[in-house]
Design a protein around this ligand. Structure first.
Ligand SMILES: Cc1ncc(COP(=O)(O)O)c(C=O)c1O
Length: 288
């Protein structure tokens, strides 16, 4: 029987129902995280939980548990569901209260859930590369908060899918921000450029891992904005994301990037990323 975490306790998934006045359900009033699990281990779990706390604080919410408590719950969930390769989705909403735009009274208990899903690494796509379209970024100005309000992201991703593409790369007035569910970087003359971690993008954990890899391996990286023209003219383009990992983009708006195959630096980053995963997660957990 599949288990989930519901307000701090392991529960059977089939027995948990969402209240129609849960503020997450009615307003998207909450925050979430997706954490990768490799070989039964949380990958960059602390960084994701730290970001969850920051997202919650940014919308005036306090997490109902400490990061250590949440981590213990998540590891227990991985164990009971015998998850080896997959993800944990977790979200916290401002709780259940009579519908009103104002925040509910201070004693309203946030609703915290987490569940697991099996998922393999996207190895075929990472080897071959994927295509993307560019779309206008129509989101709000606090994209650094991992909020449940994802409607513009969904519209962008759907448009990409309808065009036969993997991702939609968003831009504001011609300046590239990020993908609908990933960060975007380009490589020009051996130097990587990626949007600075401002309010206009989510400060991706995989982006952070990529920055660390670059620092450790003397790969030059600039946290600077770049335009759609620079994107289309770049030698290489790649996405970073928890489930996407490091994903080469070989075509945008039907125009080839470089020679239309994954670039040398992107492939190098993929190898270093795999090493990072191995460092963290190569020894199976006891439950596996
Ligand atoms: C809008 C957006 N940007 C970037 C990312 C990548 O972030 P991370 O590497 O933490 O998964 C995501 C992940 O879902 C996202 O939704």
């Amino acid at each position: 029987m599949e288990k989930i975490i519901y307000n701090g306790k392991l529960s059977e998934r089939a027995k948990i129902k969402v209240d129609i006045e849960d503020r997450g359900y009615q307003f998207g009033d909450g925050v979430y995280e997706v954490i990768r699990v490799y070989n039964g281990h949380l990958f960059t779990g602390d960084e994701h939980l730290q970001r969850l706390m920051e997202s919650a604080e940014s919308i005036g919410m306090k997490l109902p548990y400490s990061i250590i408590e949440i981590k213990t719950q998540l590891n227990e969930l991985i164990r009971v569901n015998q998850l080896s390769s997959g993800i944990i989705y977790l979200q916290v909403t401002r709780g259940v209260s009579q519908r009103n735009h104002l925040f509910p009274s201070a004693d309203t208990v946030p609703v915290f859930i987490a569940y697991t899903r099996e998922m393999q690494r996207p190895t075929a796509a990472m080897e071959k590369g994927v295509s993307a379209i560019s779309v206008e970024d129509i989101r709000w100005l606090r994209c650094d908060i991992k909020s449940l309000n994802l409607l513009p992201n969904l519209l962008a991703k759907q448009k990409a899918s309808e065009a036969g593409c993997f991702e939609a790369i968003q831009h504001r007035n011609g300046v590239v921000t990020e993908g609908s569910s990933s960060n975007v970087s380009i490589v020009v003359d051996g130097i990587i450029k990626t949007h600075p971690a401002t309010n206009l993008i989510l400060n991706g954990i995989t982006r952070k891992v990529m920055l660390e890899i670059c620092r450790q391996n003397n790969i030059e990286i600039k946290e600077e904005t770049f335009t759609i023209e620079e994107l289309l003219q770049a030698d290489e383009v790649f996405l970073t994301g928890t489930t996407t990992e490091i994903m080469p983009i070989i075509e945008i708006d039907k125009s080839k990037i470089g020679n239309g195959t994954p670039g040398t630096i992107t492939k190098q980053l993929q190898r270093y990323f795999k090493e990072k995963v191995a460092e963290c997660c190569s020894v199976p957990t006891k439950a596996q």
